[in-house]
Design a protein around this ligand. Structure first.
Ligand SMILES: Cc1cc2nc3c(=O)[nH]c(=O)nc-3n(C[C@H](O)[C@H](O)[C@H](O)COP(=O)(O)OP(=O)(O)OC[C@H]3O[C@@H](n4cnc5c(N)ncnc54)[C@H](O)[C@@H]3O)c2cc1C
Length: 420
């Protein structure tokens, strides 16, 4: 049986690997020259089921108005994006009730945990390396910050398997001595021992390589122009810049661009692109930085060690499909990190700084769209928002299971909770 996967980001490439492993004849189509060149290229690299709480928690929505008018806020809305946000924004707010938020959070934890379990088993059997760390992650809280509110959220997540520990200043320094110059700023930290991190781009390419070794074909530099239907319930082929490609089944994994290809088929996907920034610096052997990812809750900053590099990131901007790298935003990301890790300043090689931006494919509730459509041979694996790397292996596994035996997501994930 031939399955065409549309998109070779981390989600599409992991899907291709899972399907190839299950014996399918897989073809992956992507417009870039290599897998993982768009949003999966330089994301934060966090593999964090602990980050499962969707952005629209009831408290966040209350703070939203204030954040939008604060020039230091990590959230921005570009006026050009406003018209496209109306329907989506309404659903975003509708998902911010206590009950909706909690059920979305549980769905994400379950999918992210399945994903981590799947990733670990792939790593064990294939020995792939993607500059991973497996020492947990740490979120540090400034004095007067919202640590107690966050710890309450962690207790809710603990019920669903997310383990955490609270740390005082001494315990923070035991784990991460690099924070000693700024330790007085912090009231404490929350440590998540099961979290991991890694380079999603390297991982994506490893998935693609392993899939190719199992026989999958990658058609790169090939744009998908249209998905063609044979009838109101059946897809016949995709029209691409290299000609028509037929298959028995199709998986849509085009990230933020999925809605554009789905809409002509009568499928309205509630996915909006939300721009984010990252900055990656080469460490050239310097060992004075963090040994695991650290998130600073006050500056909304994060620093993630990746081999001999340090990645920093953050910010969220509704700007439609604008992926222009704004040097000013990159500088803000870097400056926020320097406030936490001042020693980094003298180790930055200005010629080896990568400034990057990408579009998170966000659904209004948080969980991605993983499952069937009203076309019997078209499946969705898209809309993974700020946690696409964290959830990729799990949703790939679910889609492969679904294509194999038609089980409706096994009751493990209530991700397809949108009326399509
Ligand atoms: C700043 C930032 C930080 C992030 N940090 C994290 C993090 O720490 N942890 C985490 O889990 N997630 C993180 N994310 C989110 C994560 O990166 C995304 O959810 C994930 O990369 C989405 O993967 P994808 O495969 O769905 O999309 P993509 O990687 O965008 O892949 C889609 C693919 O489709 C192709 N494509 C699109 N349209 C067409 C077309 N018409 N024809 C052919 N090909 C097409 C593209 O070339 C692309 O390769 C972050 C995102 C950003 C922006």
């Amino acid at each position: 049986m031939k399955v065409v996967v549309l998109g070779a980001g981390v989600v599409g490439s992991a899907t291709a690997y899972m399907l190839a492993k299950d014996g399918y004849d897989v073809t992956v189509i992507d417009r870039c020259g290599r897998p993982g060149m768009e949003t999966s290229f330089a994301n934060g690299g966090l593999m964090t089921p602990s980050d499962a709480s969707p952005w629209n928690s009831p408290g966040t929505v209350k703070r939203l108005g204030k954040m939008l008018f604060d020039s230091r806020s990590p959230l921005k809305i570009n006026p050009v994006a406003v018209p496209s946000m109306v329907g989506w924004g309404f659903r975003f707010l509708a998902n911010s009730t206590y009950d909706r938020h909690k059920s979305n959070m549980i769905a994400i934890i379950r999918l992210a945990s399945l994903s981590l379990e799947t990733l670990r088993s792939i790593r064990e059997t294939t020995r792939i390396d993607y500059d991973q760390t497996t020492r947990g992650t740490m979120r540090v809280f400034p004095r007067g910050g919202r640590m107690s509110e966050f710890v309450q959220k962690c207790r809710d997540m603990q019920e669903w398997g997310v383990q955490f520990e609270t740390l005082d200043q001494g315990q923070i320094l035991e784990k991460e001595p690099c924070l000693s110059p700024v330790i007085d700023r912090y009231t404490g930290a929350v440590f998540f021992p099961n979290d991991e991190s890694g380079d999603a781009h390297k991982f994506t390419n490893e998935m693609a390589r392993l899939a190719a070794e199992l026989g999958a074909e990658f058609l790169m530099n090939t744009s998908v122009l249209r998905i063609a239907k044979a009838s109101s319930t059946q897809i016949s082929h995709v029209v691409t810049s290299q000609g028509d490609i037929r298959a028995d089944a199709f998986v849509l994994s085009l990230g933020s661009y999925s809605p554009l290809l789905a809409r002509p088929l009568g499928i309205k996907l509630p996915i909006l692109p939300v721009k984010g920034y990252s900055v990656t610096v080469a460490l050239n052997g310097w060992r004075g930085g963090p040994t695991r990812p650290i998130m600073d809750d006050g500056y909304h900053a994060m620093m993630v060690p990746m081999g001999d590099r340090l990645r920093m990131g953050g910010r969220a901007e509704f700007a439609r499909y604008n992926t222009r790298v704004d040097a000013k935003e990159g500088r803000r990301v870097l400056n926020d990190t320097l406030k936490i890790l001042p020693a980094l300043a003298s180790h930055i090689d200005a010629d080896a700084v990568l400034n990057w931006s990408g579009l998170r494919p966000m659904t209004p509730g948080g969980p991605p769209l993983v499952g069937p459509t009203h076309y019997t041979n078209l499946f969705l694996n898209t809309g993974h928002g700020p946690l696409g790397w964290t959830m990729a292996c799990g949703s790939a596994k679910l889609i492969a299971e679904f294509i194999t035996d038609g089980r409706v997501l096994n009751n493990r994930v209530d991700a397809a909770n949108y009326a399509l």
